[in-house]
Design a protein around this ligand. Structure first.
Ligand code: SRM
Ligand code: SF4
Length: 573
């Protein structure tokens, strides 16, 4: 049996879980602060992660003894296309206050996260999320995650609404069918109103008994506004619009950011074009792609398990042939199509139906009150008063939609009153920046990110101002480790947590459009050195750029060697 393959332990956990039940029900009611190791894997499919406040590790009680460690949970609501009602948004804010740490976080995939939820509050939290008709099912886990989609609520043609409907259909089609979620979190505690079809296995037509080898991500985008970074997804749909109508999509496959510098075979990748599909073929072809990954993704090594590794191993041609077998028909080659633009949707915009929407930048997605900047109270006050629908962007911003023009002055006044800056008061650097949570909640963080980026941007703004570059659109993404949750391998500048003492790998040469992978400029750069090491590049950019050239385009054109890149470190290319 020399060739016997040893599956990753998560595979047996999934297989034995009776469709994601495991011992979650029993453990939920135990006195322990958290769940056991096997359950820790299963809870992700239900939309939450076991964490702790890592700041507390070093805190002491007044008597000098260490503060007792407290397990808590991050609870993620899956929100296709980032679309919410006013009531849902207000209820999530309320849940953050009642059960979480008093903040609500807009994620880089247009979802919402609560942090600091205790096990004793988990059921109430998730139950209440379902009562407001949101769900945490499949927000995490080895299944299709939150489906991203351009959130702009334009109405001048049906395209934007159709994209949103398609994202919703995808989310629904690829939702796990197990009833375990409903049993644990949704039905009334006693279950008295519901027939107990529970525990009976149901058909999981797409995922089967062991779900996917790894997480799977989808996005729907427009070529002239890739605000969802479609190429960073396992599968993306790029809409082809003719005469104001979607005639089909180019399906792109095999994108992903995560890598481990110590594992040479891991790398970030941009999705590649696979096929053109008409709207009525789109879901069936997508299902074939997912099933190919289900049956061929690596189930022995989770670091090699994403779709991008199947495609790297086979090549896109062989992959396409395999998808055809599952689809049952030949695929149509992708149409020539380029991504040409990106919009952060910040500021006031006409929707095209007489109403307006307003994009509000939320620094790193964290909705909280701090000092004079009272984003949480400001948003709550505005949404309570005007009850407008909300959308979330992939750059962690909030869009207030369907605003009557007469309400604009009052909304502007309330924003000002709560210290929330208008679009004109923000540099494009701020608007196109993003950071992952990292410390203190993320167990995988090597360095700070959400708490570090604002200071780095302050220093960068001073330098850009000195060089006369302050009006430039420079996208900057930071993460606290190489997993890449804020997609740091594609923007103009990426900072990736690398080592203790707040050291980062600095990437250059990507772009705000998300169409090019960056290269390593410098590795192990201490936080305080970031701006000094970038300064020579920025100076050359100012002096040598072509008219209208963006920083990342300039860096890619002159190349890593010319910029004095060390070449060491985990390269993204
Ligand atoms: Fe992520 C793991 C946060 C988007 C790649 N990600 C994590 C965990 C759950 C840490 C963990 O496993 O214990 C982080 C929780 C931190 C916390 O305290 O909240 C975490 N990821 C996030 C969020 C909240 C970052 C943010 O700033 O918003 C994003 C939630 C998105 C959502 O709503 O679903 C988030 N994560 C991403 C993205 C960006 C994207 O999807 O467009 C990526 C890169 C794309 C990709 O998947 O390749 C990403 N997260 C990862 C990875 C690396 C996956 C890989 O293939 O190597 C991990 C680690 C893992 O899965 O083992 C990870
Ligand atoms: Fe945590 Fe790393 Fe993701 Fe940041 S990039 S949230 S540090 S896993």
């Amino acid at each position: 049996m020399a060739d016997e393959v040893k599956l990753h332990k998560n595979e047996s956990i999934k297989a034995a879980s009776r469709q994601l039940r495991g011992t979650l029900a029993e453990e939920l009611h135990s006195d322990a602060q958290g769940f056991g190791a096997d359950s820790e894997q299963l809870i992700k499919f239900h939309g939450f992660y076991q964490q702790e406040d890592r700041d507390q590790r070093h805190q002491k009680n007044p008597d000098g003894t260490p503060v007792a460690r407290q397990t808590s949970f991050m609870v993620r609501s899956r929100i296709p296309g980032g679309r919410l009602t006013a009531a849902q948004f207000l209820a999530e804010l309320e849940l953050g206050d009642k059960f979480g740490n008093g903040t609500l976080r807009v994620t880089t995939r247009q979802a919402l996260q609560l942090h600091g939820v205790l096990k004793s509050s988990l059921r109430d939290t998730i139950h209440q999320i379902n009562q407001i008709k949101l769900s945490t099912l499949a927000a995490c886990g080895d299944v299709n995650r939150n489906v991203m989609c351009c959130p702009a609520p334009y109405k001048h043609n049906g395209v934007f609404d159709e994209l949103q409907r398609f994202a919703e259909e995808l989310a629904d089609h690829f939702r796990p069918k197990t009833t375990a979620y409903w049993e644990l979190w949704v039905r009334d505690e006693e279950g008295e109103h519901q027939p107990v079809a529970s525990c009976e296995p149901v058909d999981e037509p797409i995922y089967g008994a062991t779900y996917l080898p790894r997480k799977f991500k989808m996005a729907v985008a427009l070529p002239d506004d890739n605000c969802v970074d479609v190429l960073a997804n396992d599968m993306g749909y790029l809409a082809i619009v003719e005469q104001g109508r979607i005639v089909g999509y180019n399906v792109v496959v095999g994108g992903g950011m995560g890598m481990s510098p110590s594992v040479k075979k891991t790398f970030p990748a941009l999705a590649k074009p696979l096929a053109f599909v008409t709207p009525d073929q789109a879901i069936a072809v997508g299902e074939a792609v997912v099933k190919v990954q289900r049956d061929n993704g690596n189930r022995t090594d989770r670091k090699q398990a994403r779709l991008k590794y199947v495609i790297a191993q086979w090549g896109i041609e062989k992959f396409a042939r395999e998808v055809e077998k599952y689809y049952g028909q030949p695929l149509t080659p992708p149409r020539p199509l380029e991504i040409t633009g990106v919009d952060d949707h910040i500021g006031w915009h006409e929707q095209g139906d007489g109403r307006l929407f307003l994009g509000i930048n939320i620094e790193n997605g964290r909705i909280k009150d701090e000092g004079k900047l009272r984003i949480k109270t400001g948003l709550r006050t505005i949404v309570q008063k005007f009850q407008m629908p909300i959308r979330l962007t992939a750059l962690q911003a909030v869009l207030l939609c369907d605003v009557e023009p007469r309400d604009r002055p009052e909304i502007d006044r309330l924003l000002k009153e709560h210290g929330i800056l208008a679009a004109e008061e923000l540099t494009l650097l701020r608007r196109y920046s993003a950071a992952c949570p990292a410390w203190p909640t993320c167990g995988l963080a090597i360095t700070e990110s959400e708490r570090a980026l604002p200071g780095v941007l302050d220093a960068l703004e001073v330098e850009l101002s000195r060089l006369g570059l302050v009006g430039e659109r420079i996208s900057v993404h930071m993460t606290g480790c190489p997993n890449g949750c804020a997609r740091p391998y594609t923007p103009d500048i990426g900072f990736v947590g690398r080592g203790a003492g707040e050291k980062y790998t600095v990437y250059l040469g990507g772009n705000a459009l998300g169409t090019r992978l960056a290269f390593v400029y410098r590795d192990y750069v201490p936080k305080a050195e970031i701006v000094p090491v970038l300064s020579p590049v920025l100076t050359r950019f100012r002096d040598e750029r072509r008219p209208g050239e963006a920083l990342g385009d300039y860096c890619a054109r002159v190349g890593a060697a010319s910029l004095g890149a060390t070449g060491a470190g985990p390269d993204a290319t």
